[in-house]
Design a protein around this ligand. Structure first.
Ligand SMILES: *Cc1c(COP(=O)(O)O)cnc(C)c1O
Length: 463
């Protein structure tokens, strides 16, 4: 196979197109009206007003013909659908977890695992927070503590595994609160909020030894595990000749359970699951899912959704797939670097994270620089991105003040198998243009603030 050859070849896709979706191109005057009406929040734009949609890689993948064929094989029985058993077998084979509870998407699994494992006052260490993950931990009475290495908060640091856990920070939490207050460590692969940065196998092994010693479990946010595995293959000694599938299994085997948003890695438009090795925890989860999602053999999904997910999981751990997926992200990243646009390095797995602090040094964080920059990019080209900075970080649950994150980023998230190299060229051209005119960009003021996950629905006005 060409993929094992040492010859230089482009990252070109291991698929071809047989259907296309037409998208609309708009003019600047139209976009000015649209973004104003959306309160300068790209989440509130109508998708039909967007040319290239890099809002998220969540649920935006293109499914394969095999997945679409699988949709036609949906067994829409209320209980015991054959698609559930197929999904369960695929998860056991490729991820190695023993029990599977399907959920409508990732946060459904987060809700259940938080409710069954966290007691009020418990401490939940994690390698940087994710919005929905942390909120469910807090709603269950837990207190999130960030234990990611300091390098992760520095957008210029080139450390290859910026998703790693700082074992000293974890030890301190155990010393301060006691291991019995820590039900589990919440460990994400391809840490989203750090810019899609990977965790190493060596670090996961250290974490496994540490948690076994203290009787603490490890719950894996495996939303982008295959992308993390690719970086391990590229960067970690001893893994260059292992397949992505082998590395994915090794990662999962170092943890006790997982929450999955199958809308990312697993190449489906909707779906997720909770996986657990412990029999008793599974009993509780399979009871709890009935309350919030649906019976434990469908969890809020149609049979056809579970079938597409089962097939997507197998496609997602193929080396050829991941090489092209990350190759495209890197292609865009290198174009932006060539244009002098400040981005988070190393380039992550699922998108490019533009450093709004360095892009707009004249805009204070309280004027929401990343939010303003995302609006400006849309105005320039109809490209939709999203804020990952102070708006996403929300407010401190005790003091009510803004959380002030180190990283103030605009995320250009690349959907899987959707856009072409020429689309990436347009994105880079637009960012270069906005960067050249950056001095004209002023900040925003927030005029509407929702209580939960405010970044989704907050509204702004230009200062
Ligand atoms: C998307 C995501 C989630 C939540 O999953 P949903 O399917 O959106 O509910 C959790 N963790 C990470 C890292 C994610 O990217």
């Amino acid at each position: 196979m060409e993929s094992n050859s040492k010859k230089h070849r482009s990252w070109a896709e291991p698929y071809k197109m047989k259907m296309v979706e037409l998208i609309r191109m708009t003019d600047p005057a139209y976009r000015e009206e649209a973004i104003k009406a959306a309160g300068y929040n790209t989440f509130l734009l109508k998708s039909e007003d967007v040319y290239i949609d890099l809002l998220t890689d969540s649920g935006t993948s293109a499914m394969s013909d095999v997945q679409w064929a699988g949709m036609m094989m949906g067994d829409e029985a209320y209980a015991g659908s054959r698609n559930f058993y197929h999904l369960e077998a695929v998860i056991q084979k490729y991820y190695g977890y023993k029990h599977v509870v399907p959920t409508h998407q990732g946060r459904g699994a987060e809700n259940i695992v938080s409710k069954i494992m966290i007691k009020p006052g418990d401490i939940i260490p994690g390698n940087m927070y994710f919005t929905t993950t942390r909120l469910h931990q807090e709603l269950a009475g837990g207190i999130f503590k960030d234990v990611i290495i300091d390098e992760a908060h520095d957008s210029l640091n080139l450390f290859p595994f910026k998703g790693n856990i700082d074992m000293n920070k974890l030890q301190k939490l155990v010393d301060t609160y006691g291991a019995s207050k820590i039900p589990y460590v919440s460990v994400a692969t391809s840490v989203n909020m750090a810019g899609g940065q990977p965790i190493s196998i060596a670090n996961l092994k250290e974490l496994r030894a540490f948690t076994l010693k203290y009787g603490i479990k490890v719950i894996h946010d495996m939303t982008r595990v295959a992308e993390n595995a690719w970086f391990i293959k590229m960067r970690e000694k001893g893994y260059e000749n292992k397949s992505v599938a082998e590395i994915v299994l090794e990662i999962c085997n170092l943890t006790d359970g997982a929450t999955m948003s199958a809308k990312k890695d697993a190449l489906v438009n909707i779906g997720g699951f909770l996986a657990l090795n412990d029999d008793e925890l599974y009993e509780e989860a399979s009871n709890m899912v009935v309350v919030y999602e649906g019976l434990h053999t469908y969890g809020g999904l149609a049979g056809r959704d579970m079938e597409a997910m089962a097939i997507g999981i197998v496609e997602s751990v193929s080396d050829d797939h991941i090489r092209a997926r990350i190759g495209q992200v890197e292609y865009l990243g290198h174009k932006l670097q060539d244009a002098g646009v400040p981005i988070v390095l190393p380039i992550g797995g699922h998108g490019i994270f533009v450093d709004a602090k360095r892009f707009l040094p004249h805009v204070p964080q309280t004027a929401f620089p990343a939010q303003a920059l995302a609006a400006e990019i849309y105005l320039d080209s109809g490209v939709r991105s999203m804020e990952r900075g102070i708006v996403s970080a929300g407010r401190n649950s005790e003091t009510g003040d803004h959380n002030f994150p180190e990283l103030e980023l605009v995320r250009l998230t690349i959907p899987r198998r959707v856009y072409t190299q020429a689309h990436m060229d347009v994105v880079a051209e637009s960012l270069a243009e906005v960067y050249a005119n950056r001095e004209n960009i002023r900040g925003l003021k927030m005029v509407f603030e929702p209580k939960y996950l405010r970044f989704f629905q907050a509204k702004f006005e230009k200062i």
